[in-house]
Design a binder for this molecule. Structure first.
Ligand SMILES: Nc1ncnc2c1ncn2[C@@H]1O[C@H](COP(=O)(O)OP(=O)(O)OP(=O)(O)O)[C@@H](O)[C@H]1O
Ligand SMILES: [Mg+2]
Length: 345
């Protein structure tokens, strides 16, 4: 479903991405649409394999080098079409107007160079800064992400930093050129809970100060509650729901979102029961069920209604949902939400 938002910084419309398999091309991102406003924080949430990372990689031309292809759709960044844009132009945008934090922090830092050199290199490449100015900026950025004694720590190698500090270095690299959009792909997943909340706090603070927008990918609704203003829920390569963070937590519209909430320890605590995991496993691209892709795992499945024709994304006053029974289920699912959003954080 295409929708437009003139004020959007990033607008993804009907994006389709495929990867080759022994059985032909598999669609791993299927007509995904969402937008990120200016000064906005959008979270994309969904189980492993739902297509979150590939969506972001495709948006900025990073699936072709991995053997994938974008077969249709558009991605507008500040009104410019990124799909089909040449590599030279994309290189100018990536790491500059769009900063990235990738899912694997260790593989993104080079063990052979000091952290200062690696941040300085980004500044030199995109800003044409002199060595001296780029180094100065690297130290300034390390300080900005709260690395103590930044001037001396800039001379250290990645292995001399803890996991949380390496993630701060990744953030420093991603924002060194003052991006308008920061794409953060599961930046806190490998960190323990305390460090995770410090990193989230840092990203929130940097966002507030700079006014950049953040597109944050996670599979953790606790993180969503902590950082998002609006949320896109993906399941089986598709968007199944999108809403403001308040609406999503108080009154989820898709049974999958309701299931994710029931699986949150914070929700279980509020209701005095153990977290309830969604039964079954995530649908795979080579074997989507017919009808709703979530139907084999859905407690609200109705044969025929949910199991034959593909379900379209429909809009109501509070967002988008892809469920054949969404109007009937409104009251039931609202009961699965969290009354106080703060309690989820
Ligand atoms: N380079 C690749 N070659 C082939 N298939 C790929 C490739 N990268 C991703 N895929 C497939 O695309 C689908 C979506 O993967 P993606 O990495 O976007 O999932 P994700 O939602 O980010 O999951 P996770 O939470 O585990 O990071 C998966 O089925 C995955 O196997
Ligand atoms: Mg991923």
């Amino acid at each position: 479903m295409a929708f437009t938002n003139d004020a959007a910084l990033l607008e993804v419309n009907d994006l389709v991405v495929q990867f080759p398999s022994p059985n032909g091309w598999l669609t791993v991102v299927d007509k995904v649409s969402f937008s990120v406003g200016r000064n906005d924080i959008v979270c994309v949430v969904g189980e492993s394999g739902s297509g979150k990372s590939v969506t972001m990689q495709a948006a900025v031309g990073l699936v072709q080098p991995k053997g994938g292809r974008v077969t249709s759709g558009s991605v507008h960044f500040e009104g410019q079409e990124l799909i089909g844009m040449g590599n030279r132009q994309l290189n100018r945008i990536r790491g500059n107007a769009i900063g990235f934090i990738f899912q694997e922090p260790m593989s993104s830092l080079n063990p052979a160079y000091t952290v200062g050199e690696q941040i300085a290199e980004v500044v030199r490449r995109h800003r044409g800064a002199s060595r001296r100015d780029a180094w100065k900026r690297a130290v300034e950025m390390l300080d900005r992400v709260n690395i103590a004694s930044a001037a001396s720590r800039a001379h250290d190698y990645p292995h001399q930093f803890s996991g949380g500090m390496r993630q701060r270095v990744m953030i420093a690299m991603a924002i060194a050129c003052d991006p308008k959009l920061l794409i953060a792909d599961e930046p806190t997943t490998s960190l323990d809970v305390t460090i995770q909340s410090l990193i989230l706090e840092l990203i929130r603070e940097l966002q507030r100060e700079s006014g950049m927008s953040v597109l944050f990918i996670t599979h953790d609704l606790g993180v969503v509650a902590d950082i998002a203003r609006s949320v896109v829920v993906m399941y089986g390569a598709q968007v199944v729901e999108s809403a403001s963070v308040e609406d999503l937590f108080r009154a989820p519209k898709h049974p999958y979102t309701g299931g994710l909430l029931e699986a949150m320890p914070q929700v279980a605590l509020e209701r005095g029961h153990d977290p309830v995991a969604i039964p079954g496993t995530v649908a795979q691209a080579h074997a989507w069920p017919s009808g709703c892709r979530f139907n084999p795992r859905c407690v609200f499945r109705q044969d025929g209604v949910c199991t034959t024709a593909p379900i379209v994304l429909s809009r109501d006053d509070h967002g988008l949902v892809r469920c054949a029974r969404s109007s009937e289920l409104r009251g039931v699912l609202a009961g699965m939400g969290i009354r106080q959003l703060g309690s989820a954080a």
